[in-house]
Design a protein. Structure first.
Length: 381
């Protein structure tokens, strides 16, 4: 093919990407609006719309209100033409979600399954993923990939877990999953996945600290709209900040880590009951010892937040399993504790609460393949 022919094809691909991504960003638009905003010719836009529609990537759905002339047809992407699967693996269970191209959860489930580094375990996970996809009648060609979030620090090349004390999953490898599934697969640290979700949900976010208040505590640092990994992938492991050298023994072997004060497991253990039961009693506002346990929890959390805010000047995000339990008065108390000894006032609007609860890591993980698809739409069609 001549150089001119290659250039023509490349230009067509670029134009198609531009048109698709414009429709994606605006959610609903019209042909004329695309022409005006992208400064493309009407025939070029029409050709690209026809191609995208033939490929099933966009649809024309109804009409805008008339502004005096002919009604403009509504153009939007087909948001579930491609689907990404996210997995969040824990000791006793794993969460599974399917998200569309806007990151919306369109299906989710929790599977009770004890983790073990065995072929049988990985086979069961792969089978459950297949069953999940079949249950919701998602054709295999629509699946962008399966992204697996797990408790443990992932190696720089993404091939496996290199530190996994909580689950004893240091031998977990990406190939344990990818060899059993007919889709692209990847491994990601659950805390980092949670941070990806917050970046997705908050387009204005530049720098932040994420507190993943799961059964085990996790954290992540965001700087310049990127999740900070560090030289050895250790950035953001706030759970091992020591707040009392004589405190409880942590799974890492040290004493007084934030994990032993602010994880959901530690809260449940101190209270002597399940998290659900604890918050039911707390909201009844009858038992003083329950209220005191919660206040102490919030004080320890505020201590860590206050100190980390001096390092990363940005919002603090409460995410994960415990996030849905936070109410306005809890946030007000937490904010007060943060500001007790800060030299600079920490504003309330910088205390953000996530909305996806225990499914946060799975959703955040799944976003990887959505972003990859949207950023490189042409090569993946």
């Amino acid at each position: 093919m001549s150089e001119r022919g290659v250039t023509t094809i490349t230009l067509k691909q670029i134009n198609k990407e531009k048109v698709y991504q414009y429709i994606y960003r605006t959610k609903q638009t019209s042909k004329l609006q695309i022409v005006q905003d992208l400064k493309m010719g009407l025939s070029t836009v029409s050709q690209n719309l026809n191609v995208l529609e033939e490929e099933g990537l966009i649809q024309r759905d109804g009409y805008f209100e008339s502004t005096g002339g002919r009604k403009a047809q509504v153009i939007q992407i087909v948001s579930d033409v491609r689907i990404s699967i996210g997995i969040g693996i824990l000791k006793k269970m794993f969460h599974i979600v399917a998200i569309d191209l806007y990151g919306k959860v369109i299906a989710k489930d929790t599977i009770d399954l004890d983790y073990s580094d065995t072929e049988e375990y990985y086979e069961k996970v792969a089978n459950k993923i297949d069953e999940f996809i079949e249950e919701y009648k998602y054709q295999k060609e629509r699946i962008l990939g399966v992204s697996i979030a797990t408790q443990g620090i992932i190696s720089p090349d993404g091939s496996g877990v290199m530190y996994g004390t909580i689950m004893n999953n240091v031998k977990m490898r990406l190939s344990d999953f990818s060899s059993k599934l007919p889709y692209p697969c990847r491994l990601v640290h659950d805390s980092k996945a949670a941070a990806y979700l917050e970046l997705w949900n908050h387009s204005e976010l530049d720098s932040a600290v994420v507190f993943l208040l799961n059964r085990n505590l996790g954290g992540a640092i965001i700087t310049n709209r990127k999740v900070h990994e560090g030289s050895f992938m250790h950035s953001g492991v706030i759970e091992h900040i020591c707040i009392n050298s004589d405190g409880p023994l942590c799974y890492c072997g040290n004493r007084g880590c934030l994990e032993t004060y602010c994880s959901a497991n530690s809260l449940s253990e101190i209270a002597g009951m399940s998290i659900k039961e604890f918050f039911e009693k707390l909201r009844e506002n009858k038992e003083e010892n329950i209220k005191q346990i919660w206040k102490e929890y919030l004080k320890h959390l505020a201590f860590a937040m206050r100190n980390l805010n001096l390092v990363v000047d940005g919002p603090i995000i409460i995410s994960g399993y415990l996030a849905p339990y936070f109410m306005e008065n809890d946030l007000n108390y937490l904010l007060k504790q943060i500001n007790l000894s800060l030299p600079f006032e920490f504003p309330k609007e910088n205390l953000i609460v996530g909305t996806n609860g225990q499914y946060t890591p799975a959703i955040g993980a799944a976003l990887f393949y959505v972003k990859k698809f949207i950023d490189g739409i042409a090569p993946m069609i």
